[in-house]
Ligand binder design. Structure first.
Ligand SMILES: [Zn+2]
Length: 327
């Protein structure tokens, strides 16, 4: 049992609101390595403490990537099946927001499924991806125009009408500052799509103590996600989930410093994490989770059956998507 919940408020600086105090909720990462995680006492965002500096972060990512991609320089076909299906579903549900012609930028384009499908749907596309192997894969195997690099060094040659940042912002030291910069790359009337993992969904799905790691600096929920958007001067056009939304630069006011979170919200989050840590939130039995996993694997293997490459699965997904969008 972790007694840190009972600790008093500690000194900690919050990069989102400038707050100077926080509640310590965890002292270990998901692998059991030391990592302090706090809830800001002012804005209620859950973040690693201290926020790592730029050099620490880049050291971490260079090591993480070396470990993660030691034996696999290319994304697996199983991933293609999963990601093409989930991006297709997202595009089907939100096509009214993507329909207008325009240039698309995917920040953190990963293995390229979003840009591949958007290109097949007639868009002009570009990606930024920090991982060398994945950007090479996208350029060579999928023929996508990808710039290898970080957001802060990217120099766009022209503006975009739609910019996507999916599972990117939680890795950044200054998420609001970055969103303010990225917003400047939009054409008038353009929009951003931002998606981050939800603290509460994570708490229900991850094993006890398995939520936090060094690379996820921030852990947003619906409330702190809204405060982030406000701090970045963004207004919501369409909410697609607790921590995902289509947004546009706000016309009425500039960036605002996040307001104080109600005490009940902060205490509620501390209590939620306590329940997660005690394993009280997982509703599905081990058997049900296992069944779900097997079902997913069988489904993914059915999609990749007889296909030997990523682009083949992409092209099949694109035809299916075009058919569903026009019927
Ligand atoms: Zn804060």
């Amino acid at each position: 049992m972790n007694n840190d919940f009972d600790r008093p408020v500690i000194e900690s600086s919050c990069a989102l609101c400038g707050g100077s105090h926080a509640h310590l909720i965890e002292r270990k990462d998901r692998s059991g390595h030391p990592l302090d995680v706090v809830i800001c006492d002012h804005c209620g965002v859950v973040h690693n403490d201290p926020i790592p500096d730029a050099a620490e972060l880049s050291r971490f990512y260079s090591m993480e990537y070396r470990l993660q991609y030691k034996n696999t320089h290319r994304p697996k076909l199983r991933h293609a099946a999963r990601y093409f299906a989930s991006v297709s579903q997202h595009l089907l549900e939100h096509w009214h927001l993507y329909r207008a012609p325009g240039a698309v930028l995917d920040v953190g384009s990963g293995s390229g499924e979003f840009l591949y499908l958007m290109r097949e749907l007639g868009k002009s596309v570009h990606g930024i991806e920090p991982n060398e192997d994945y950007s090479v894969f996208c350029r060579q195997d999928l023929g996508l125009p990808i710039t290898t690099g970080e957001i802060d060094t990217f120099q766009p040659a022209a503006r975009f009408d739609h910019i996507r940042l999916s599972h990117v912002v939680e890795h950044l030291r200054d998420p609001a500052g970055c969103l303010r910069e990225v917003s400047k790359w939009l054409n008038p009337g353009g929009h951003l799509y931002i998606e981050v993992p939800d603290f509460h969904t994570y708490g229900r799905n991850k094993r006890p103590g398995g939520m936090f790691h060094f690379g996820h600096i921030y852990n947003f929920d619906a409330d702190s996600f809204d405060r982030l958007l406000g701090a970045a001067g963004l207004a919501v056009l369409h909410r697609s989930g607790p921590t995902s939304a289509f947004v546009t630069p706000s016309l009425r006011s500039g960036p605002v410093s996040p307001p104080a979170a109600p005490r009940e919200e902060i205490l509620g989050k501390i209590d939620f994490y306590r329940q997660h840590r005690h394993g009280l939130l997982r509703k599905n039995s081990l058997l049900r989770r296992l069944r779900h996993k097997i079902h997913k694997l069988v489904h993914e293997h059915r999609i990749i059956l007889g296909r030997s490459d990523y682009a083949g699965i992409g092209s099949q997904s694109a035809s299916l998507l075009k058919h569903r969008l026009t019927s």
